[in-house]
Design a protein around this ligand. Structure first.
Ligand SMILES: C[S@@+](CC[C@H](N)C(=O)[O-])C[C@H]1O[C@@H](n2cnc3c(N)ncnc32)[C@H](O)[C@@H]1O
Length: 287
């Protein structure tokens, strides 16, 4: 597996078995509200995310970010959304001063508890533990306070266009002129649509996940139902992702005040092409 699966977006990456049954029409699946992510990230979905990402993948992402952000040790960096802070801690260990922001109280509580156990990396002269803010990425606070920012963990496609504008404007405003914003997504149209499958099944740790998805071409949205089975219990969670082309993503960044520097299709800095599982966009706040 080359990229991290998003709980809500790219669980298909961990596909192991193709279900033979045909998906049933489901009214609930086609009526997921735009703010689904406010209720989605708690309990079993967080356990899924914790089990889905191997520590060595986090380490590879952190190495990529260190190179792409081009921040000096001690630089202030925003991790948004940060989840349980897995990348915030990895970058802090390399000498960056990271602020993580996330909407999930459960994840932020976990991250804050982990601060107590934080040990800086070897050779860091002025180490600082990351700090964590419980908040919404549509309302990022601060002006010209960060030397870099990133959005990882396939968290980019959660927002519809008006909310995406708020998110990106907040990022651009919070960055110092010339500071970089690096985003990762597995939900760009060129990544997700060529291999789109309506029903998949896979095992992640102790959780069996059946994913049912519909692509609404009129809205350019993927509606998803995750049926999560563990220890004899089953629950459904619903999500909705807006599918933007790579050119649309670049235009949105530019409109927010971010200049595009590079596009990559992997953590190895390979070019982005049709069918690449991930898109990485490196941009820079206008001076
Ligand atoms: C798949 S996790 C990825 C977390 C982290 N980026 C990582 O790579 O581990 C998605 C995260 O986005 C957060 N999230 C979703 N919508 C948000 C919003 N509007 N504002 C802040 N965080 C949000 C969720 O709470 C969840 O922690």
């Amino acid at each position: 597996m080359d990229r991290p699966p998003s709980i809500a977006g790219s669980l298909r990456l961990l596909l192991e078995t193709q279900l033979t049954s045909k998906p049933q029409p489901d009214k609930q699946l086609s009526s997921v509200p735009t703010n689904w992510y406010e209720d989605f990230f708690h309990g079993v979905t967080l356990d899924l995310w914790r089990q889905a990402i191997a520590p060595k993948h986090t380490a590879a992402e952190a190495d990529f970010l260190i190179k792409a952000l081009q921040c000096a040790p001690g630089a202030e960096v925003l991790d948004v959304p940060c989840g349980n802070g897995r990348l915030s801690f990895a970058l802090a260990q390399q000498g960056l001063r990271v602020t993580g922001l996330d909407l999930s109280k459960e994840f932020i509580d976990e991250a804050r508890a982990a601060v107590e156990k934080f040990h800086p990396g070897e050779g860091q002269s002025a180490p600082a533990a990351p700090q964590f803010i419980l908040g919404d990425k549509r309302a990022i606070q601060g002006e010209a306070i960060y030397d870099g920012a990133y959005c990882f963990g396939n968290s980019f496609g959660f927002l519809d266009y008006p909310d995406m504008e708020k998110f990106l404007a907040g990022v651009a405003r919070a960055l110092k002129p010339g500071a970089r914003f690096v985003l990762e997504t597995g939900m760009a149209a060129e990544s997700i649509l060529p291999d789109f499958e309506e029903q998949t099944c896979h095992q992640i740790g102790d959780i069996n996940v059946i994913t049912r998805e519909r692509y609404n071409a009129a809205e350019s949205c993927i509606y998803s139902e995750y049926i999560l089975e563990r220890a004899g219990k089953s629950e459904s969670r619903f999500a909705r992702h807006w599918i933007y082309t790579s050119a649309e993503i670049q235009r949105m960044l530019q409109r927010a005040g971010l200049e595009i520097l590079e596009l990559y299709g992997s953590l190895k800095f390979e070019p982005y092409k049709l069918g690449c599982q991930e898109l990485f966009v490196v941009s820079e706040a206008r001076a």
